[in-house]
Design a protein around this ligand. Structure first.
Ligand code: FAD
Length: 479
């Protein structure tokens, strides 16, 4: 018996249903489990639509490279070699399964419509070839189809979704499986052959690091250590981020005001179920208050809600959930967009946030909201262009959270805040960074005399707010 375990956004060994099932497949049969990770290159269908997952941005590619380096020896210790390929998964998975003579292919589910369509296609190809194919839960607290309205439909508003999800019983997490026998000579020979044929590649040949800015290795890498072991260390420190969460989660200057677990959840180094149980235990042990634990779980539910919307609506990174926003009169201006990307708008809190993003691959949630609001409201730039920049530069760039959050800020989302609530970055800075500690940390020139900062602000906040409201009225008249 040989099982191929196709890994995607589940780069871990703890609480991994597909891995556990794969190990059970072969435990007493003397068979082998082989792990496969593919740098997927999306195929295009007859209508020009992408098939499969959205290609990773540069920061997430960097993260995945390092995370896979860290995962390989952990899997090896379980008797599971990890191999790599690049290309169209619909060609690679059946070919590797055939080359290994695999009896079963297993994977953790993904939920975006185009990924689901690709996975369904691959499943039927495998079954036609006589190979069993099984998908497993693993990325969410509950499957999207398990959380429904009373009439069985999807939710479009967070609060009732949150209420229903809060009532779902969360199963206990799975332990790391016991090791299995490593592959015998037949499977090892088959792997060598697949490498010689060029179907399998060494990790560096996937080119995940090729297009990154070279200095990320010295900057982003200073802030993060990808990999499951570091994720579990982060989990052990989680209580620091959750303690006082209700009161301090909006203070961007404090590194511990939130947990920083988002890239771990995005890459699947940490299962959300593990995080959920950990915070509940921390509350029982008295490390965090029940109220703070609840507030934190509510944020995990926002993540689930993003995936719920993504499951039911394709292409949220380019298609507004509220159709009337398709005619919103954005004023595309590359110079303005570039000033925003590089943190040179002259608006201190936003510039500090954009520098934090560029240097560390992450930005505090409060500042993400303010920076995104400035981009698509005051600057009237199309939200999907800002989303694309975040997609490329965030280590936690998430196919659901990023577009859904951008649409929330832009007002085009299902459960967006009312359009007229436009963040004023100066008021936000006075409230959440009153001593300017965050700005001083990420934008040191703002507090140095003669540094030339700030440049003249690219917009007047009052005038541009009015223009954003006028643009909204113009959109309403146009539909
Ligand atoms: P904590 O406060 O410790 O929260 C724990 C976990 O809950 C997070 O790791 C995350 O998985 C989830 N979470 C927290 N806040 C939110 C939220 N508002 N929406 C959805 N899930 C949430 N989050 C991403 O994971 N990936 C993205 O690409 C992303 N893009 C965003 C873009 C914009 C414009 C905005 C406003 C928000 C975005 N977020 C995104 C949500 C949020 O900013 C991050 O999840 C959060 O900052 C991560 O920090 P943390 O792990 O310390 O969070």
């Amino acid at each position: 018996m040989t099982t191929l375990l196709w890994l995607r956004d589940d780069l871990r060994t703890l609480d991994h249903e597909a891995l556990t099932a794969a190990c059970e497949d072969v435990r007493d049969s003397g068979g082998a489990v082989v792990g496969l990770w593919i740098r997927e290159e999306a195929e295009v269908d007859a209508d020009g639509g992408r098939l499969g997952a959205r290609p990773l941005g540069a920061a997430a590619r960097w993260w995945n490279h390092r995370s896979l380096e860290a995962l390989a020896p952990r899997l090896e210790a379980l008797g599971v070699p990890l191999v790599f390929a690049r290309g169209d998964a619909a060609a690679v998975v059946p070919a590797v399964a055939a080359g290994l003579g695999a009896d079963v292919v297993r994977w953790s589910r993904r939920y975006a419509p185009r990924s689901r369509a690709l996975d369904a296609r691959i499943k039927s190809m495998l079954v036609d070839a006589g190979v069993a194919a099984h998908s497993h839960p693993g990325a969410l607290l509950a499957e999207p189809w398990e959380v429904t309205t009373k009439v069985g439909g999807p939710y479009g508003v967070f609060t009732p979704f949150h209420r229903t999800l809060s009532e779902v019983e969360i199963a206990p997490e799975l332990e790391v499986p016991e090791p299995v026998d490593p592959p015998g000579p037949a499977v090892r020979d088959a792997l060598d052959r697949l490498h010689e044929e060029g179907l399998l590649l060494r990790l560096p040949a996937l080119g995940l690091l090729d297009e990154r800015p070279r200095w990320w290795e010295e900057t982003v890498a200073l802030h993060w250590e990808p990999g499951e072991r570091a994720a579990l260390d982060g989990l052990a420190r989680m209580a620091q981020g959750v303690a006082n969460y209700g009161a301090t989660r909006d203070v961007p200057a404090d590194a511990d005001s939130t947990t920083g677990l988002s890239p771990r959840l995005r890459s699947g180094e940490l299962s959300v179920r593990t995080a959920w149980h950990a915070v509940r235990r921390a509350a029982v042990d008295g490390q965090v208050s029940a109220e703070d634990a609840r507030a934190w779980i509510r944020q995990l539910h926002w993540r689930e809600f993003s995936w719920h919307l993504t499951f039911h609506h394709p292409d949220l990174h380019e298609r507004p959930l509220r159709p009337q926003f398709a005619v919103f009169p954005y004023r595309q201006d590359e110079e303005l967009a570039e000033a925003w990307r590089r943190g040179r708008t002259g608006i201190r809190l936003v510039d500090a946030g954009m520098r934090q993003l560029w240097e560390s691959g992450w930005m505090h949630n409060r500042v993400r909201m303010v920076a995104a609001s400035l981009f698509c409201k005051n600057l009237l730039q199309p939200w999907w262009e800002g989303e694309a920049w975040f997609w490329d530069t965030l280590v936690d760039a998430d196919e659901a959270n990023n577009p859904v959050s951008w649409q929330w800020v832009a007002g085009s989302g299902a459960d967006a805040s009312p359009y007229f609530r436009i963040f004023n970055p100066d008021t936000q800075a006075a409230k959440f960074d009153p001593e300017g500690r965050y700005v001083a940390q990420w934008l040191p020139e703002a507090v140095q005399p003669l540094s030339g900062y700030p440049p003249a602000p690219v917009v007047d906040l009052t005038v541009s707010r009015r223009e954003a409201l006028d643009a909204y009225e113009a959109m309403k008249e146009a539909v």
